[in-house]
Design a protein around this ligand. Structure first.
Ligand code: FES
Ligand code: FES
Length: 162
């Protein structure tokens, strides 16, 4: 019996077909396919560097098996925006210096995106709680929290102008 599985999922809106050992994590499988914007840190669910949205819900991809994503939508940091058209969170992280070495940043922004999708007007405590599973060794967190507050405000303004 083969221990490999065929998995079809969508990553940032594009269908991806992978053949993967049954025990391979979503982090390993997607990085193997070239989605290296998903960062590998502790690989045990402690640091949040590997966070992606799975059907809109943030998960640590290092403790999610690849086959668990069968038929589902994965969003990585690259699915939110790019340098020509950044997501307000990406823009705000740059403005405040919330991204320094940048290793934690993809996971931080993914966690913050999930928060703002659910709660467009988060308090500082809401932001701290939503990002409590994401570790950063560079920024002291203040600039990150500030970036999320700025992005929330920008998104609210965009909503009012629409
Ligand atoms: S690499 Fe997944 S939580 Fe640290
Ligand atoms: S910016 Fe370096 S770990 Fe967060």
């Amino acid at each position: 019996m083969s221990s490999e599985k065929a998995v079809t999922l969508r990553v940032n809106g594009n269908e991806v077909n992978i053949i993967t050992p049954a025990h391979r994590t979503l982090l390993e499988a997607l990085r193997h396919e070239g989605f290296v914007e998903i960062k590998s840190g502790c690989e045990k669910g402690d640091c949040g560097a590997c966070a992606v949205l799975l059907d809109g819900v943030p998960v640590d991809s290092c403790i999610t098996l690849a086959w668990h994503a069968e038929g589902r939508d994965v969003t990585t940091i690259k699915g939110l925006g790019n340098s020509d058209s950044p997501d307000p969170l990406q823009k705000a992280f740059i403005e405040t210096g919330g991204a320094q070495c940048g290793y934690c940043t993809p996971g931080m922004i993914i966690a913050a995106k999930a928060l703002l999708n659910e709660n467009p007007e988060p308090s500082l405590d809401d932001i701290k709680k939503a990002l409590s599973g994401n570790l950063c060794r560079c920024t002291g967190y203040t600039k990150i929290f500030e970036a999320v507050q700025i992005a929330a405000e920008d998104l609210r303004k965009e909503g009012e102008a629409a």
